[in-house]
Write a protein that binds this ligand. Structure first.
Ligand SMILES: NC(=O)c1ccc[n+]([C@@H]2O[C@H](COP(=O)([O-])OP(=O)(O)OC[C@H]3O[C@@H](n4cnc5c(N)ncnc54)[C@H](OP(=O)(O)O)[C@@H]3O)[C@@H](O)[C@H]2O)c1
Length: 312
């Protein structure tokens, strides 16, 4: 490979199946799914809003002749919904890629039906459980990957979210968002270590998009993508960001380039805000193995699933 990696470097994905969470039009997940379909993958569009999954499938079909997409309904903030999705996903057979892309940023405090704060539930505990439930399908493909979306905001977290997740504590929406994105890296590094220890042929990598012009800010701040205020905020975000398509490139590189597990990919421009993707570093706290293990144990207890099991 010479020069910067681009999505044109993705090889032929015919015969491979990828699950992408949060594929709503305008977001990073949509562009990730579109590009994977363009290269021949069957793409499972996994999200909480059936109409939006339909719209994403239609848009992919319009761009990619003969694309194969499937829908998987899952609300990642609801552990029962994730369990149901895990069971429903067995119909897809072997999986080669899971992209944990869906996420929310800095909404007002809300507790989920499981008693969890909504950002931690959506950005970490739901993806943790979904990944655990899909692991066997990723393993049987013989060459599975899990790519989880983090953020430069992981650097603002002053501590790892390893305490009792149901305890009530003062809520700082940006601090908690940073902690969820730190959790995405702690999870990735611990998952990759556990997979290798268990001899499971699946790699875990992470990616961040820099600043990308999506609906993340309006969804978190306003709870809707319609109306004048949403249009103004969306526009302001787009003015300072790279495109959603450009923001998906690090995810695609983590998903398709020849990289070892535990690699983190982000944009190569100043401050890692934009530009072609490359391998990047992470904050020291993300590489703290004690925090990685404690988050893993807390997560297993919280979602009620111990994994991965060693292969017999
Ligand atoms: N954009 C950036 O600059 C940026 C920077 C750093 C990291 N990231 C990360 O990139 C990822 C994608 O964000 P984005 O920028 O593309 O934001 P986005 O446009 O708001 O898309 C977020 C996606 O997540 C889905 N989602 C939210 N809550 C969900 C739930 N409970 N269950 C299932 N799906 C849910 C949304 O579905 P609905 O449409 O149905 O709500 C949507 O498809 C996130 O993990 C985010 O933290 C983004």
């Amino acid at each position: 490979m010479s020069g910067a990696w681009t999505p044109a470097d993705i090889g032929d994905l015919t015969g491979r199946t990828a699950v992408v969470t949060g594929p709503t039009l305008g977001g990073l997940g949509f562009h990730t799914a579109l590009e994977l379909a363009r290269h021949g993958a069957r793409v499972v569009l996994a999200g909480r809003t059936p109409d939006k999954l339909g719209a994403a499938a239609e848009a992919i079909a319009a761009e990619v002749r003969g694309a194969t997409t499937e829908a998987l309904v899952v609300d990642l903030s609801d552990l029962a919904s994730v369990r149901a999705a895990g069971a429903a996903a067995t119909r897809f057979g072997p999986l080669h890629l899971l992209v944990n892309n869906a996420g929310i940023m800095a909404p007002p405090l809300r507790r989920t039906t499981d008693g969890l704060e909504s950002q931690m539930a959506t950005n970490h505990f739901g993806p943790f459980l979904l990944t655990g439930l899909l692991l066997e399908q990723l393993a049987v493909s013989g060459d599975g990957r899990v790519v989880t979306l983090s953020s430069q905001m992981h650097r603002v977290a002053r501590s790892a979210p390893v305490g009792d997740p149901r305890a009530s504590r003062r809520y700082s929406r940006w601090h908690v968002y940073g902690q969820t994105k730190l959790a995405n890296l702690l999870f990735t590094f611990e998952l990759d270590r556990r997979l290798r220890a268990a001899g499971i042929p699946v790699r875990a990598l992470a990616a961040h998009p820099g600043l990308a012009g999506t609906h993340l800010a309006v969804n978190g701040q306003l709870g809707t993508t319609s109306g004048l205020r949403a249009a103004v905020l969306d526009r302001a975000v787009k003015l300072v960001s790279q495109s959603a398509e450009g923001g998906a490139a690090p995810t695609l590189m983590a998903a398709a380039a020849d990289l070892p597990g535990a690699t983190y990919v982000g944009p190569s421009g100043p401050g890692e805000a934009s530009g072609p993707p490359r391998v990047v570093g992470s904050a020291r706290l993300a590489r703290d193995e004690v925090a990685q293990r404690r988050l893993w144990e807390t997560s297993e207890e919280t979602v009620g699933l111990s994994w991965p099991q060693p292969r017999g």
